[in-house]
Design a protein around this ligand. Structure first.
Ligand code: MN
Length: 259
């Protein structure tokens, strides 16, 4: 099996090399990842400047392509140009921090996996919740076992339907994880605010701070993570709210040809 591995924390991030070391038990792993930290870059891509690519040797573990671009760029470029063969699987992570709830929308980690799904490959995003110690090695073992099971027994969607999985591992202290849950994405607003300070030359500057104040609704990724469970969420990149197609079509729309 051919696996494309990427992330949003940069090609030298400890979460990526930990996942690399486990994924090689599943197949041949190629790495194309941003050359700098690209967290919270969402599904941005680079269109107005060329993408600079350098081959790097990281952590005495792998040779990979360091791309001066966004996580989604890495997947598009790797599949389109860099890889000799199309991958059988795209994996993004392990992110330094959970990607649950609405953070799924901001996440470069999830976006890279979504790009893999758009291109037609089974794709997985893996993230580890912040904690006192970040045990990426154990999180990588957990994620790789889940990926293996998913590929073997899998959810059998038709080819091209975009099989996209979001895996979050709780911080691995105090006996966690307590188990596995499959859950939907929480939609709670995060409890965030901007901290104001004076920057150089007296310029006002604002730093975003905060996280979810609650533990989310039952059966959501946020609740499962807060409860200390590994949580798996099936995602799709079709943002259409299908149940509103009918009511929206029935609206009394103006004749746009007359405007
Ligand atoms: Mn990140």
């Amino acid at each position: 099996m051919r696996i494309l591995l990427t992330n949003d924390d940069g090609i030298l991030a400890p979460g990526l090399v930990a996942l690399y070391r486990e994924l090689v038990t599943l197949g041949q792993v190629s790495v194309a990842a941003p050359d700098t930290v690209q967290s919270a870059s969402g599904h941005a891509i680079t269109i107005n400047t060329p993408l600079m690519v350098k081959k790097v040797h990281a952590h005495d573990a792998f040779h990979g392509w360091a791309v001066a671009g966004r996580p989604a760029d890495c997947v598009k470029l790797a599949v389109g140009e860099l890889l000799e063969h199309p991958p059988d699987l795209v994996v993004s992570g392990i992110n330094d921090g959970a990607n649950v709830g609405i953070n799924v929308l901001y996440s470069g980690t999830v976006a890279a996996a979504a790009e893999g799904a758009i291109l037609g490959f089974p794709s997985v995003a893996v993230s580890l919740e912040w904690g006192d110690e970040m045990n990426f090695d154990r999180a990588a073992r957990i994620a790789t076992r889940l990926i293996r099971s998913w590929l073997e027994t899998g959810d059998r969607l038709p080819e091209g339907a975009g099989r996209l999985l979001n895996i979050n591992v709780p911080s691995l202290t105090n006996g966690r994880p307590f188990g596995l849950r499959v859950a939907s994405q929480a939609v709670d607003k995060a409890d965030e605010r901007y901290e104001h300070s004076q920057g150089p030359g007296g310029v006002s500057q604002y730093s975003l701070t905060g996280w979810h104040s609650g533990t989310g609704q039952p059966d959501t990724d946020l609740r499962a993570l807060c409860d200390g469970y590994v949580v798996v969420t099936p995602l799709h990149f079709d943002l259409t709210e299908r149940r509103r197609l009918g009511t929206l079509s029935a609206c009394d729309w103006p004749d746009v040809t007359k405007a």
